[in-house]
Ligand binder design. Structure first.
Ligand code: PMP
Length: 358
């Protein structure tokens, strides 16, 4: 029996493009001329090397990266990057600035504090992380080692709609909106993202880092946490299957028109959903309008009992993954790159019916 695929609103790991899954399925037993799947051959084989090189080239093409950029496929999730960025780039006696826009930013701050001095340049904690503080309100320390931001706040449904222009190297956790829109890469020194929301399956953390920035890195860090080691060689076994899937997702993204087209589609999907939220008072968006995410759309119903009924009723219609993060409750529809507009339309239909019957 084959089951239908659900309308998948999972916050992560999230939905993947169907053509990507189909291609992987077709290659599952034998990958090209390898006589085995990609999971069963050496990470130093010609076949895997070509996959990883192609994935790197897609990043370069999609983002217009110059040769200063290194593209690393690491493990440990974005959570390890919270620590690894600080370990490499926050020297003794210096301060790093962080913009606190939610739980993941707070975790990055905590990890930074294991290493050195942290200045919270701005925070939206007081208003329940319902917005991203405008850049004009950020208060920087004197000569910070770097500024750390979170581009999209997965739990609170807010995002930074601009590429910050800051007085220090900019480090960005882009886990939940990487490659959802074009980026002005001149503004950034390091971008990291766990792949499992927008660019592939769980298991690989993509780190884009400038060689010129790495020159400033702390020379005394353990080998596995040293970016320069990973940039200079294949130090240990990378997550080959995850990288192989990322290559396919990026190729899919390029084929459909790249980041400009992706942003157009994302804005369109988000607008449909936010317009529905705003049409009546029954559904209440939790993010301030100017900071609304086009990846994670968070909202409340009149009470928690209705929210539970909404989630259960949606599931019966094949709309899955809508429960808000356990720390905030409510509803969260994650509409990442690979979430088709037809899924958003199915959700809106369900919302209309649920409100009518309530
Ligand atoms: N940053 C953001 C913005 C996230 O959404 C998440 C995961 N939900 C993380 C970091 C942590 O990622 P990981 O699970 O890959 O460590």
């Amino acid at each position: 029996m084959t089951m239908e695929r659900i309308h998948n609103f999972s916050a992560g790991p999230g939905t993947l493009p169907r053509p990507v899954l189909e291609e992987a399925r077709d290659e599952m037993l034998v990958y090209k001329t390898a006589g085995a799947s990609i999971m069963e051959i050496s990470h130093r084989s010609a076949e895997y090397t070509a996959v990883a090189d192609a994935a790197r080239q897609h990043f370069k093409d999609l983002l217009g990266l110059d040769d200063d950029w290194q593209i690393l496929f690491l493990q440990g999730g974005a959570s390890l990057q919270f620590y690894q960025t600080a370990l490499n780039f926050l020297p003794a006696g210096r301060t790093a600035d962080y913009v606190d826009t939610g739980e993941w930013s707070s975790k990055a701050i905590q990890q930074g504090q294991f290493v050195g001095t942290v200045n919270v340049a701005a925070s939206s904690e007081e208003t329940g992380y319902d917005h991203v503080p405008p850049q004009a309100s950020w208060v920087h320390s004197e000569n910070p080692a770097y500024v750390h931001v979170t581009s999209n706040n997965t739990i609170y449904g807010t995002r930074m709609t601009w590429d910050p222009d800051v007085p220090a190297p900019l480090i960005c956790d882009a886990s939940s909106d990487f490659l959802a829109r074009p980026l002005d890469m001149n503004r950034y020194s390091l971008i990291y993202a766990g792949a499992q929301k927008n660019i592939g399956p769980a298991g690989v953390t993509v780190v884009l880092v400038r060689s010129s920035f790495m020159e400033r890195a702390n020379p005394n860090v353990p080998t596995m946490l040293d970016y320069r080691v990973h940039a200079s060689k294949l130090f240990n076994t990378p997550p080959v299957f995850a990288v192989y899937m990322v290559e396919k997702v990026l190729r899919w993204l390029k084929d459909l028109g790249g980041l400009v087209e992706m942003e157009r589609r994302n804005d369109q999907k988000a607008r449909l959903l936010y317009d529905r939220l705003d049409r009546t008072d029954f559904y209440r968006g939790t993010a301030q309008t100017a900071s609304r995410s086009n990846m994670n759309v968070t909202f409340r119903l009149p009470d928690e009992a209705m929210e539970s009924a909404f989630i259960a009723g949606a599931k019966k219609k094949g709309l899955v993954g809508l429960k808000g993060h356990r720390s905030v409750g409510g509803i969260r529809a994650s509409i990442y790159n690979a979430c088709d507009r037809s899924s958003v339309e199915a959700l809106i239909d369900f919302m209309d019916g649920f409100e009518r019957d309530a």
